[in-house]
Design a protein around this ligand. Structure first.
Ligand SMILES: *Cc1c(COP(=O)(O)O)cnc(C)c1O
Length: 375
């Protein structure tokens, strides 16, 4: 039987043609398509500004740079995430401080954030795990009280909403990924959303060597000299990426509906199974439904994972708790027991296929395989 792939992208012929148009033109780097993509995404998100960059990792890093975070500072985040969320903190020479997660969702436990705050704390990076937003209104209140910046890792949460709030609306910045398996993809890419004019301006020069003019501005019309206004990086999104992304934006809502539908089928099928549970989505939230994970008994997780694979079901693990990875253990002395809820989730999780191109038959085969393997 054919494999049920873990992920298949939803790039259409019209997207490929849009890329071909760019390739047939003269302008391959950051230009008109990038600008169009930035305004289309800003509109979709209901924010004032979007800055296109090369990845979510650079989006997070440049956000911290724009906020002046560096040596000796502390940034609070979650150990239940992809390593990028915490690695970027160390890349600015600040230190990550982990706070354990909620059992029901795997998201950072907002109730525990306050007790991790010290005189050195400068920011919090909440991660909207699997597509469910952290309780941003409550976290924003905590951050206001302690004068902390809020940088959202919204790599999973492009289409998410909670209490009427979307990523980027009530934080300093929200960071998105267009990596190969994300809901909106161009292989590699990222973007930063913000409502703050000053942050937008800083990000625009930070993403391109501190240059005061981008290539389009330099070469369109009469030659203009450029200046360097600060020490920046090389992280600008370019028109080939933007062309691939732009046409996918209008399809996001329909694709979310399809993933919601598949996720509900999974939830119905697994409800009541003794050895399977899954994260809950609170009633006041619209999950972006980026990943569907099940939690199985930790002592048989790997066996179940391999058995699903041997039945031609594409699976992954998102994520093992990152404080237990070798580098983090060695550098910070973390050990098992430090963040027990994140550890439990990390040891019991299996991610199942979830994408709009999945057929009803494929969803049925995944469900049947899980039932068979787990019992
Ligand atoms: C994918 C992902 C990232 C990194 O995105 P890149 O675009 O690959 O840099 C960051 N955080 C989370 C939670 C992710 O899933």
């Amino acid at each position: 039987m054919d494999k049920v792939e873990f992920y298949r992208h939803a790039v259409e012929e019209e997207d490929i043609n849009a890329v071909a148009d760019v390739l047939r033109g003269i302008f391959l780097t950051t230009g008109p398509r990038t600008a169009q993509f930035e305004s289309a995404l800003a509109k979709h998100l209901g924010v004032r500004f979007v800055v296109g960059v090369t990845s979510c990792t650079t989006a997070l890093f440049l956000s911290l740079e724009a906020l002046g975070i560096g040596e000796g500072d502390e940034v609070i985040t979650t150990p239940m995430t992809f390593i990028a969320s915490a690695n970027v903190v160390m890349q600015t020479r600040a230190n990550p401080v982990f706070v354990d997660v909620e059992q029901a969702t795997g998201n950072i436990d907002v109730n525990q954030v306050e007790k991790a705050i010290t005189a050195r704390t400068k920011a919090v990076i909440p991660v909207h795990l699997y597509g469910l937003m952290v309780d941003m209104k409550r976290l924003r209140d905590v951050c206001r009280r302690h004068r902390l910046f809020l940088v959202e890792d919204a790599a999973h949460a492009l289409e998410a909403k909670r209490d009427g709030v979307q990523p980027g609306q009530i934080s300093s910045t929200a960071c998105f990924s267009f990596y190969a398996t994300k809901n909106l993809t161009c292989g590699e890419g990222g973007a930063i959303a913000t409502n703050e004019k000053e942050i937008n301006e800083r990000l625009r020069w930070l993403r391109l060597h501190g240059m005061s003019k981008n290539a389009e501005e330099r070469y369109t019309g009469k030659y203009q000299h450029w200046d360097m206004v600060g020490l920046g990086y090389k992280a600008n999104m370019f028109d080939i990426q933007a062309a691939l992304l732009l046409g996918q934006i209008p399809r996001l809502t329909k694709q979310l509906e399809r993933r919601e539908n598949i996720a509900r089928r999974y939830e119905d099928a697994f409800t009541g199974m003794k050895n399977v549970s899954f994260p809950t989505v609170p009633a006041n939230a619209t999950s972006a439904r980026h990943l569907f994970t099940i939690w199985v008994p930790p002592e048989c997780r790997d066996e179940i994972l391999w058995k699903l694979q041997s039945r031609s079901i594409g699976v992954a693990v998102n994520f093992r708790a990152i404080h237990l990875l070798t580098y983090y253990r060695q550098r910070f002395g973390f050990k098992r027991g430090d963040f027990p809820v994140a550890e439990r989730i990390g040891d019991s999780t299996i991610t199942l296929p979830l994408y709009p191109k999945m057929t009803d038959d494929e969803v049925g085969r995944v469900i049947a395989a899980v039932r068979e393997v787990v019992d």
